[in-house]
Design a protein around this ligand. Sequence first.
Ligand code: P6P
Length: 337
Amino acid sequence: SESENIRTDLITLTRFIIEEQQRLAPDASGELSLLLNSLQYAFKFIAHTIRRAELINLIGLYGQTNSTGDDQKKLDVIGDEIFINAMKGSGNVKVLVSEEQEDLIIFESNSGNYAVCCDPIDGSSNLDAGVSVGTIFGVYKLLPNSNGTIKDVLRSGNEMVAAGYTMYGASAHLMLTTGHGVNGFTLDTHLGEFILTNPNLKIKDNKFIYSINEGNSFYWSNEINDYINSLKKPCIENNNKPYSARYIGSMVADVHRTLLYGGIFGYPGDSKSKTGKLRILYECFPMALLLEQAGGMAVNDNGDRILDLIPEKIHQRSGIWLGTKSEIEKLLTFIKK
Ligand code: P6P
């Protein structure tokens, strides 16, 4: 009957955060839990705004460019403002790095102990085409006795205490790790709650998918061209079929598919941009942490672990490869110096 398939014991993100805190850090202050709740508020607000954007025609160029020279869409600006206000309003965030802000933001009036690095709406160049975009975030606890300086964020990715993304597609999907595995949540817009839908998510074994912008292949190194070309040949482990190519051009969407289906995603450096396009603090580190926590791997163009990098500038870029462990290990046989 109808009543049989109504779940009445939903695990909301709020409940999940509290239960995780009690399970993993019973004597914690609860500040990170409060911060995660402020983050989910920002995601709900951005999700709502993106949905309305189609209707109230927010789509289109805002007519300015952001600190890194990309054409800025109106939604980029609004997503950034929503995020800044949510982090300021949380009271727990002292330092904020945003792709849309050239300089670090220090919330002087906040007494919080956390620094957040974010890309408020990554992939926004695809917005007009209705492609899924997302918010990517990483969280550091301030260094001991710090009052909030750039030193709190120019650190290895191993020191991030939480990271993840929210992809705004048909539904809003949040993938979150606090260093104890990855859990996926889906926004129920009627309840206004993120509901646990992918508990303890682990990346699938290889689905023989590669995800890269082949339009850059003329500029790739020989090693990378050799690796990608090797995937185009029928291979025994894939029933004598070549790999499938899947590239959306929105990192959150490409990484989400990689997490759920397996395979490899790459945005390598090349002869025209040595350090690639993706930013260490708010694209590479959060995705690398998620993939490792889901049983995958993430390395740079030298085969070094992404999380071991230490950025010297807040918008510093790095080449990145992430995905199924066995696939990354195959890549390493081509690129390991
Ligand atoms: P390309 C989107 O603009 C973005 O920052 C990432 O989301 C995406 O992975 C990448 O750039 C796509 O770049 O050069 O392939 O269009």
